[in-house]
Design a protein around this ligand. Structure first.
Ligand SMILES: Cc1cc2nc3c(=O)[nH]c(=O)nc-3n(C[C@H](O)[C@H](O)[C@H](O)COP(=O)(O)OP(=O)(O)OC[C@H]3O[C@@H](n4cnc5c(N)ncnc54)[C@H](O)[C@@H]3O)c2cc1C
Length: 408
């Protein structure tokens, strides 16, 4: 969504630096303004042209979440207008119940009007790396080791590639193969592949030591050796990378199409089972859009927010980011993709895999109760405390406008 705000940000630079921003501000603008002072927020989404209030109402998860937690962890204070019309400043110390409720609260308890975002010293450059695996267990073990190590990358994600030809050639505009000859002989055809995507931040004066650190980290991984691809970009280019794809798709009229996205959180103990059933069986290609997959660590998650996660400490975010071709009745059409999503969901349900949806699109209160599980009571209590008439965000279909209090 486009921000309608005038840029107005107040920075505080001290041991714990932060910026006070309007919640309608876009993260890309927060980034540009912060960089003028050599600072930047710590945790991101993959796409930055989203509002601060919008992502804080969900979680804000990307490849930095294993280290800093999601964006809802990296906010010190909020100003909220509740459903009762009260303007309340809240934080861990002040009105903590509202603060926790609003973070990941899907706009149910109040409209966030201002946010105080934690900042860190910004790096100038990024070494951006992709390597491939053909065995899921090896891939996920490496990912899990990386997210739990002290000395590791600054960003860790991954994605699945099913039945994609000419894949490595497509990367060549951005990435350089470490060994061009071996890479050119690599054939991806017909195989399910898993791409580990990592990044290390650095400043130009530290290039040598950064390269050494990266060599050590890569030497501990078990990827297919001929598939090491490297790129070096500015910090802004790296963070705003999806915008480049957006502009290309906009040009072709392929950005404003239906996006039947499915985002799942799967506990670590069941991820192998999930991968075996879904990648290659339910999904036989990845031509409708990327499938991201990476683990995060709940010990880095702020406790008590409205965000719902699986029970285990480590869980995977799996994002099926499909685009549907309008009017198509084929494999790239909305119906086909929605059916695939249903099959994935029904597999999760049948096997009681302990999955939670992220950015869910439930249609009934029963489904929402199931989604929130043991957190439902607190969620409903907060609704009756802060928005008793249920006037806020009715589009989520969690509470009905007239009888919010009776629905607990
Ligand atoms: C292209 C794209 C890429 C994305 N990538 C990621 C990603 O990498 N990681 C991730 O975690 N998420 C991602 N998302 C999801 C994103 O976090 C949510 O869609 C978020 O709501 C987007 O913010 P928005 O400004 O567009 O919100 P809107 O679409 O305007 O609002 C969405 C919801 O948030 C609530 N809301 C919005 N603003 C406020 C506010 N100020 N106060 C209270 N409630 C509010 C609204 O009630 C509404 O229910 C992506 C979304 C898109 C479109």
């Amino acid at each position: 969504m486009k921000s309608l705000q005038e840029l107005e940000m107040k920075f505080k630079i001290e041991e714990l630096s932060y910026v006070d921003v309007s919640a309608g501000e876009l993260w890309i603008n927060v980034l540009h303004e912060s960089l003028k002072l050599g600072l930047a927020p710590k945790s991101w989404t993959d796409y930055l042209h989203l509002t601060v209030g919008g992502t804080l109402s969900n979680a804000g998860i990307s490849g930095q979440a294993f280290k800093h937690g999601p964006q809802i962890n990296n906010v010190y204070q909020l100003e909220v207008v509740t459903g009762k019309g009260e303007v309340i400043t809240c934080s861990e110390e002040q009105n903590a119940d509202l603060f926790h409720g609003v973070l990941g609260g899907l706009g149910q308890f109040g409209i966030i009007t201002k946010a105080r975002i934690a900042l860190e010293t910004a790096p100038k450059q990024v070494k951006w790396i992709r390597v491939l695996y053909s065995d899921f267990a090896t891939f996920s073990n490496d990912q899990e080791n990386l997210i739990s190590s002290q000395n590791t990358f600054d960003y860790i994600e991954g994605f699945v590639i099913i039945n994609s030809t000419g894949l490595l050639n497509n990367w060549r505009s951005t990435f350089n193969p470490k060994d061009p000859l071996l890479a050119s002989n690599f054939s991806s055809e017909g195989r399910v592949l898993f791409c580990l995507e990592v990044a290390k931040y650095f400043n130009p004066e530290d290039t040598y030591s950064t390269d050494q650190d990266i060599d050590i980290l890569l030497s501990k991984l078990h990827y297919i050796r001929s598939t090491l691809f490297l790129s070096e970009v500015s910090y802004v280019e790296f963070l705003d990378r999806v915008h480049v794809s957006e502009m290309k798709l906009q040009e072709k009229g392929l950005w404003d199409v239906p996006h039947p996205w499915l985002n799942l959180l799967i506990p670590k103990s069941r991820i192998l089972e999930f991968a075996q059933e879904v990648f290659g069986k339910i999904l036989t290609d990845t031509s409708n859009g990327p499938i991201l997959i990476y683990p995060v660590n709940k010990s880095k998650w702020r406790k008590g927010t409205s965000m719902v996660t699986p029970d285990e400490d480590v869980f995977y975010l799996i994002a099926f980011l499909s685009s549907a071709m309008p009017f198509s009745t084929g494999k790239d059409g909305l119906e086909h993709i929605m059916n695939q999503n249903k099959r994935v969901l029904s597999f999760c349900e049948k096997t009681r895999i302990g999955m939670k949806q992220y950015l869910p699109n439930h249609k009934t209160q029963e489904e929402w109760k199931h989604h929130f599980g043991s957190q439902w009571e607190a969620f409903a209590r907060r609704k009756s405390t802060y928005d008793p008439l249920a006037i806020l965000a009715p589009g989520q279909r969690i509470f009905k406008r007239t009888a919010a209090c009776e629905q607990q």
